[in-house]
Structure formats: C-alpha cells, structure tokens
Design a protein. Sequence first.
Length: 722
Amino acid sequence: MKFNEPTNQEIREQKLYAEMGLTDSEFDKINEILGREPNYTETGIFSAMWSEHCSYKHSKPFLKQFPTEGKHVLMGPGEGAGVVDIGDNQGIVFKVESHNHPSAVDPYQGAATGIGGIVRDIVSIGARPIGLLNSLRFGELDDKQNKWLLQGVVDGMSDYGNTMELPAISGEVEFDASYHENPLVNAMGVGLITHDKIQKGTAKGIGNKVVYVGLPTGRDGINGASFASGELSDDNRPEIQKGHPEAGKLLMEATLKAIDMKELVGIQDMGAAGLTSSSAEMADKGGSGMKLYLDRVPVTHSDMSPYEMMLSETQERMLLVVENGSEDKFMNMFKEMKLDTAVIGEVTEGDRLKLYYEDELFADLPVAPLSDDAPVYVLEGTEPKQDEARTDYSNEDLETVFDNLISHPTIGDKSFIYNEFNSTVGGNTIQDSGFGAGIVQIEGTDKAVSMVLDGKSRYVFADPYNGGKEVVAQTFRSVIATGAVPLGMTDCLNYGSPEKPEIYNQLDKSTKGMAEACLALSTPVVSGNVSLYNEHSAGGILPTPIIGMIGLIDNINELKHEGVNEGDALYLVGELTPSFAGSQLEKQLENTIRQTERSIDLELEYKRGMMLRDKLVNGEINKIAPLGRGGLIAKLAQLASFNNIGLEAAVDVRKDLLFAEGASNYIVTAPAGLEIEGAVEIGKLTGDKFIVKAQDFEINRELSDVKSAWEGAIPSCMNSED
C-alpha cells in the first residue's frame, strides 16, 4: 500500500516538524544523529519521544534532586510505576499521572483515559490495583464552563473506575480562577504485588517475539504526547483518546495472567506516544534492537499509515516481549479472553528500531537517542518582586468570612464528587473519601496501607521554596494521621510554561524544597510525572505540584476505635502564627496571593508527626486532623460537620489567627486532661452547637446550619442557573 506522506524536502521547507512540536535546533540535531534527513514517520517518532511529556527536557535537572532510595524502596523511577516493600514478600506499586490537556478538550474521555492509563501502569508492573485516588483543579464554579468540566471529569473517572470494579479511596479538589480553561486532572493508582512478580519494560534476547494485545489501533490521540507538551489553544485540539473500561478490565486480567507465565521477558503499557514509546523504551532498556512489521498491527482502518500506527494513543493496549516459540501460548490465552493480538515483531541484535510495512522500510532509527538524547534545557529563572507581608486581618468582618469560607467549594464537602465513585468494591476499604487519607486492608493480613494525594498550589506561588516543602509535609501529616509510617511518595509536577522566567523559577525553587522535605521526612520518590505548559488565555496556572504518599499500618486492628466521640477533648497541637500568604482568608478578602516568605521547620514536622502517630497507635489519642486550607476554624467546622457532633472551643489568640495557615499544626481528639507535647486543650466535642471563641470574637451557630452550608457548597453552585 502506498501512503501519501510529505517528502523530506516538504518536511524541511514547510517546517512540518514544527507542527509536531520540534524546534529548528532539535530538527538539526536529529539530522546529525541520523547522518541524513528523517522521513515523515521518523520525524513523528522523534517528535513524540522528545516531547516534554516523554523526555522531561525542561524538568530533568530538577528531578535529579529527588532522593529515590530508601530501606523500603524495591523499584524507583524509570519504569511504569515505583514499588515499596511492606514486608511478608509483598510490595505496593503506585504512581500518579496527569491528563490535563485532554480533560480540557473532552472532560469525560480525558478523565476516563487518565484512570485507564494509570491502571495499566500499575498492572504492567505485575500488581493488582487496590485503590484509586484523584487530585483535581478547576476554575471557580460560578462559571458554566467550569461546571461542565467538573461534571464531565467526575462522570468520566467514576464510570471508568466503577466499570473496572476498582475502589476510589481518596482525593482532593480545589477551585481557583487560575485553572479556568485549564483544569488539572491527576490520577493515582495503587496496587499490591509479591516481590517475585515485579516486571520491567524490557526487550532482550535475540529472536524473542514482540506481541501486541488489546484494542485495535485507531486514529484517536495521534500526537497526544506532543499535544500534552505544548500550550492549549483553539488550534491545538486533536481527537482525544477514548476509554473502553470493559476492554480495560479484560486487558488487566489478561496482563496479570501473562505475568504469571514464565516465558514473559518484558511488558509495557502503550501509553503516551503509544507504540512508539513502548517499543523504543523497551529496546533501550534491554540494550537491544527491534523490528516491527506494522502491517500485522491490528487496526480500525485498513488505510492507516505507519506514522498513524506509531503515534496513535488508542487506549487499552499492551506490548509484550516473550520467549521465541512461546508466542502462541500467549496469543491463545488473549484470544480466549476476546482480545485482539498479533506477533508484530522481534528482538534483534544491535541498537536499531526498524519499522516495516509490507516489506518496505519506513523507519530505521538508533534506539538510544530516542530515549536518552533528547535535548535538556537549562534556563534562567526570575525571582519575583517580594510583596509586603500582611500579618493582621483582625479588623475584617471575620464572621462573614467564616460563612463564606465553609460554603466555598474548596473548603466544603466533596461528597457531590466522591459519592459517584465506588469506594468499597473489593471489600477491603477501611477508610475512604471524606475526611483524611484512604486506608485499604491487605487481604488475609492485619496490615493496611494508607494512601493520600494532595497539593497546596497557593503556598507554592507565595513562596516556591518553602511552599514546595509544605506540599510534601501536608501529605506526610495526612499519612501519619492514620497511624501509618510513610514509606515513599510519587509526584505530578503541574506548572505553566517553563519558558517563562517566573514559572521556571517556581519549578526550580519548589522542587528544591520538595527534595529537602523528602529527605527530612524519609519519603523517597519512587515514581512521578511532569505536566508543563498548562496555560490559558489569562496566563499560566498556579504552580501545582501534587504529592501521592503511601504509608504502612502494621496492625489495623489496633486502630479500629471510634476516632471521634461525644465528650472527647479537643487539643490544638502547634502554635497559630500570622501565616496568611497563600491562605484562603487572603484569597477571600483580597483575591490575591502575596509573594512573601512562608515558614516550615522540617525537623519539628517529623518529630511532631511521629510523636502524634505513636500516641494514636498506643491508644492515647483518638483522632489526628492536620490543619490545612482555611486554618483552625475551617478544620473544626469540617470535623464537626463530617462527624455530626457539635463542639465548643476557645483559643486565647487574636481572632484572625483562627484562619491562619501555618505549618505543622493539628487538631487532636482525646480524653480530657492529657499531656501532649506542644499542645493545649481548647474545648470538647459536645451537643448540637458549633461554638468557637478567640479574643473579642465568637462564632455561635447551630451545628445543623454549619453542616448545611458545608454540605451545600458544591451542589448549590452546580444547581445554580447563573
């Protein structure tokens, strides 16, 4: 079959490579590597592999800062997901990924395929998923477009995950004008594995066969990696990938069966850049070459070109390398499960990726440069001009601020979202979305895994360096609050264009802070993702690094107490300081973020967190609730509303400090009269009132009114006709 593809001359003269995302200098470098001009298919392959999404060409220097080793780490970055040890020959596989640009174009399919992609990442390592988490960002819900985006994303994620019968355990959502037109949809997958099942995406063994399994390759998502690596515009909206959860479930089970077969050499999800990335990366990691016969690839259209086949991002596909002679065994199993499959190539000697279609050579490329030789850009960042810190809001109408705070979708109840997700399928969920980290018991044991996904973008914008520390610390607090010992973390770095000096500075300083916090809190990075160029008509999004963290509870039976009880005393652990930069109070009253220093003591963070965890495990205290957005008063309102228990609290501080958002602070519930280092008893859980007092200030409300405002925060916006 003949394909009407542009000639080398047309690629060069019309700069068609630029439309694929390559710069002039990058195209010149490809010419140097090949010693000739690339043809159309080869240009497309390089454009995908050298895209920001696949090569991390602006972020790679920052990623090298992160600690990736620790006593619990079994497999760090470099594969589809990382693995930490939980003892008894078991491990936890986990990773977070972004699907931001696709979700902005088609929120339902963009979010659904985000779940599908992260599930395949986990499964391709050899793990069975035990939990899904999500971290979402949208513009304010007074805008119809943002309502549409939220509903589409929630429907897409829930429909896919529920059909796959995978429990959605936890998540977090924030609404801010910064994300208008450019929502963030980050999905995290967590799976259970035994040590001997851990797989790597590698192609080795001359003559071993390359096996395709999954849905036929279509024209959806072509150039998806390049699309995700540039700014979103009206002219840059390709056909988005479509999710097929029924096929995804079949593929998950088939993949796990294949991993049990001793003849499997390597396996990798056809994710970003599809067949291109999976084949090139597997060959590179195996130190091998590979031949692919593209006329054997299952396709949806008989006239699909090699370019389209290699760059398609059709979902629900895996690429395997199996021992020569065993291919029929695998294919028969896949066919029995009604999955398309074919032997499409073989591992070869040397270091070339060669693509044939009906005996015609369409690409002949060195493997290593595709994966390893993408240019790395080190740019100059610009420090922002520092604002004058505002440390006193005591003259403001703080009663009205409180009412507006608890009824804002960022602080309010998120059950409008998480009620759409099945959180208990599998029967091992101990704690799901609503208040705190998710907890899943390891079947057949007393162990449980705590999992959380969180981000604090306003802090990072205010002070990238210390804000980066706080993002890691916040997830640490949430994990220890369940009684777990943190084992490791994954990250998704969502930023605007790194070519803008002020955003490059955010990326530089925040990752430095994150790396320092990882070391101080003993949470090495085992996997991650970078999503740059998140821009819209008004500029870039807030810098939004999202952290997923895993912790281990040795014996869940020791922690199955009530948690929150009528009559429990309330303790404030830590000191309320006038930390307002990046706070919800600042946003509500001034609609700004002052770029000024925030403060966090990582040594204190670790010491205090582990002390509280020990007291929870020992049964001395009943509940740990880290303070966060909205400060002490917001956390008290959430605690009372979620548990439907009134409270009375009095704190001898200036009234605006009730809304301060400093680091390392907690609310603890426990019997009265307890001595806790760094803590003061401030009240108790009782009755049907919500009463909080400070100096010259009192909130005295019916709990039912507070709870109604909190629960109605998102529904009232979504049901509004405005």
